[in-house]
Write a protein that binds this ligand. Structure first.
Ligand SMILES: [Zn+2]
Ligand SMILES: [Zn+2]
Length: 166
């Protein structure tokens, strides 16, 4: 797919507000859905939400393993499964890594991730236009998607704007 999104630099991203907001949102959601927000799930989300870049499960396990305790990657994966299923984090397939969701969108919404090869930042956006088109294309070939996540690699607006990058 061609990258038509390159010139879109809408500042809809609130991931940089840090983990506090993500944790508060997760807590409210778990209460509303009667789900357990365990200590580990909370810790994993806090680590992921503190980073603008995607983190792998082993990275997360390492960050949680300080001060004498050891957190196994398999436990982190289980917590990530929970967080992903509930839309609190998203898996970036091309990186096998995770970012916290900085938006409020419906479960199963079509998502577009803009991944900067230069600085490693990830911007999350939704595109009703792409979703419509994709829905039509999939219906035509009779394919039922389990997820509709697009990952577009390139250079972000900030990197393109740097004088040296020109
Ligand atoms: Zn999201
Ligand atoms: Zn960049």
């Amino acid at each position: 797919m061609q990258d038509h999104a390159g010139t879109h630099t809408e500042a809809g991203c609130c991931r940089h507000n840090g983990p506090g907001e993500a944790l508060a949102r997760a807590e409210a959601m778990c209460r509303a859905r009667d789900l357990q927000f365990t200590r580990l799930r909370r810790d994993v989300l806090a680590v992921v939400a503190s980073q603008a870049r995607p983190l792998g499960a082993y990275d997360i396990a390492e960050r949680l393993s300080g001060s004498g305790k050891r957190v196994a990657a398999v436990s982190v994966y289980r917590a990530l499964d929970f967080l992903t299923e509930n839309g609190l984090v998203h898996r970036i397939a091309s990186r096998n890594a995770f970012v916290s969701c900085g938006h409020t969108h419906t479960d199963g919404a079509g998502l577009v991730f803009l991944i900067c090869r230069n600085c490693g930042s990830i911007d999350e956006t939704t595109s009703p236009e792409i979703e419509d088109q994709l829905g039509r294309t999939l219906a035509k070939v009779g394919f039922k998607p389990s997820s509709r996540i697009l990952e577009v690699e390139g250079e972000c607006g900030a990197c393109l704007g740097k004088p040296a990058a020109g």
